[in-house]
Design a protein around this ligand. Structure first.
Ligand code: SAM
Length: 328
């Protein structure tokens, strides 16, 4: 796909309806030969719209008027391209804990949590956030938590009565971010789309929790560095290896090798990834019912729910929806 096509596609399929700012900028970039030529000088994985726009915002670019944005990109290209080469799209969304919670809470307690592709580790604090699943239901979680996650539910979601007990939390990432570092926090903020102020507020509130009790994050790869980290988990806690919005960044052969690896380790495995990312899991459910922009949540390789990609909803699978493919 050409870079122009990529940006047009992003405008129409991803930004439309969610970010008028990015939709307009992506359309403008797709027609701006100067900017396209600059982007084409970067490695293919560094030409992404999300990376360009986050890096530009991180550096203070004007985002409101597409013509001004294009001129700014051309004028600031040396600085902008260094940021794009150095940084990655590593959005960390603590609200995904709301979709993980029903699974975490029903495993034998206490838990040792190991997140693969943890970014800054903000999904490692499911016990430190508060949750509201229904307007008429009580709020779960520590009363003094600065983070309240609201998540709508559909179907027979096994709602927990308490947050889990976590005695160990650790993560692996190719590039762990540190919310105590102002530049990393500014980068995480720049990754959130301009119109999504509640997500920025949530990031800062969750960062306060992580700064007070920093997660143990190691720099490493999900294949080579997972077994030694898992071996460090306390033996008297239930080890849960989980990941969300990560496997889309690795090729299919690495995804397959990762699944084989994680199945061979002790403990439980929770996957929360885009519906098409793990086709073998998706093959066992009625994917049409899930819609294209949703994640598939599974426990130990068994799909249990479709979830909102930012943790905003859980749609629990019924037996009938577990088996579009199962009738043959
Ligand atoms: C979109 S972020 C998701 C962060 C977090 N899981 C969440 O749900 O908020 C994806 C993360 O996966 C990491 N990642 C991608 N490929 C990886 C690999 N091969 N090994 C370890 N981490 C990886 C990236 O660096 C990034 O921080």
């Amino acid at each position: 796909m050409s870079t122009a096509h990529w940006y047009r596609d992003f405008a129409v399929r991803e930004a439309r309806g969610l970010s008028p700012t990015y939709e307009a900028l992506a359309i403008a970039v797709s027609a701006d030969r100067r900017v396209l030529a600059l982007l084409d000088g970067l490695p293919a994985d560094k030409r992404q719209p999300n990376l360009l726009f986050a890096a530009a915002r991180y550096l203070g670019a004007p985002m409101a008027v597409p013509e001004e944005f294009g001129s700014w990109v051309v004028r600031h290209w040396s600085q902008l391209s260094v940021t794009m080469r150095h940084r990655r799209t590593q959005t960390n969304e603590p609200a995904r804990c709301a979709t993980l919670l029903p699974l975490l809470a029903r495993l034998p307690q206490p838990l040792a949590l190991l997140e693969v592709g943890a970014s800054a580790g903000l999904c490692l604090y499911p016990d430190a956030y508060r949750y509201r699943y229904r307007d008429d239901a009580s709020v779960l979680g520590p009363a003094d938590s600065p983070v309240l996650l609201t998540c709508s539910i559909n179907g027979d979601v096994p709602l927990p009565s308490a947050v889990p007990t976590v005695v160990w939390r650790a993560g692996i990432d190719l590039n762990p971010l540190d919310v105590a570092d102002d530049d990393d926090l500014r980068w995480l903020e720049a990754l959130i789309w301009p119109e999504q102020q509640p997500r920025r507020d949530r990031l800062h509130a969750a960062a306060r929790i992580a700064r007070a009790d920093p997660p143990y994050l190691i720099k490493g790869d999900l294949l080579t560095d997972l077994p030694p980290l898992a071996a460090q988990a306390p033996a008297d806690a239930t080890l849960v290896i989980f990941h969300s919005a990560v496997l889309t960044y690795v090729p299919p052969d690495v995804r397959a090798a990762f699944i084989e690896l994680v199945r061979g380790l002790r403990g439980h495995w929770i996957s929360n990834e885009g519906v098409g990312v793990l086709p073998d899991l998706a093959a066992t459910v009625d994917v049409e019912g899930g819609g294209p922009a949703r994640f598939l949540l599974s426990l130990d390789g068994e799909p249990v729910a479709f979830t909102g990609p930012h943790g905003q909803e859980i749609d629990w699978l019924t037996p009938a929806r577990h088996g579009a493919a199962g009738s043959s």
